[in-house]
Design a protein around this ligand. Structure first.
Ligand code: ADP
Length: 185
């Protein structure tokens, strides 16, 4: 977990390499579907462009389907899911059904000024449709209102590892790996 610009996608991909597990990014799945102009993509685009969350029924079904595929059975890292309380419940149910448990939840933190400058840079480099000023503001608001509060539930379950997302990419990865070892054992 982490606000937009905190480096979730980058770190999720690196951690997947380090641990030999599969990265699953809900944002990437939506973007692939949007690019391929699938039914899911057309539906998702109405929401992603505005910076709104795609409805839970759609996102949950997509994650359930992805976690049912054979390549994830030796481990996975979710990037961008769960993002609200209903998705936390859904994820618990999906994992219970598969007989799996979460090993940990990583929260990447960064101050708002740094986040805004990173997103502005990304907007120039990648030209993502949802990196408009309005959509970014909306995503940051939704993160603060709906996603950030979820960390306390995971903290109570002794799953939460908070890591400072500021610094060089490799440095942050090392920090996450070290924190996972010291905080979760
Ligand atoms: P960011 O973290 O910068 O918002 P993501 O790539 O994680 O970027 O997500 C892009 C968009 O995809 C979100 O703004 C939202 O519309 C949609 N999305 C991604 N994950 C979810 C989710 N778990 N629930 C609902 N919508 C999602």
């Amino acid at each position: 977990m982490g606000p937009q610009g905190a480096g979730k996608g980058t770190q999720a991909a690196r951690l997947a390499e380090v641990f030999g597990i599969v990265p699953i990014s809900t944002g990437d799945i939506f973007r692939t579907n949007i690019a391929g102009e699938t039914e899911l993509g057309k539906l998702a685009q109405e929401y992603t462009n505005k910076g709104d969350l795609v409805p839970d029924e759609v996102t949950n079904e997509m994650v359930r389907d992805r976690l049912g595929q054979p390549d994830v059975k030796d481990g996975f890292i979710l990037d961008g899911y769960p993002r609200n309380a209903a998705q936390v419940t859904e994820l618990d149910q999906i994992l219970a059904g598969l007989g799996w448990e979460l090993d940990g939840v990583i929260e990447l933190t960064a101050d708002r000024a740094e986040l805004l400058s990173r997103i502005a840079r990304r907007a120039q480099e990648e030209g993502r449709d949802d990196d408009t000023e309005e959509a970014i503001a909306r995503r940051l608001d939704i993160y603060a209102e709906q996603t950030a509060p979820l960390t306390s539930a995971y903290r109570e379950r002794n799953l939460l590892v908070q890591v400072d997302g500021l610094g060089e990419i490799a440095e942050v990865t090392d920090r996450i790996v070290a924190s996972l070892a010291t905080q979760l054992g």
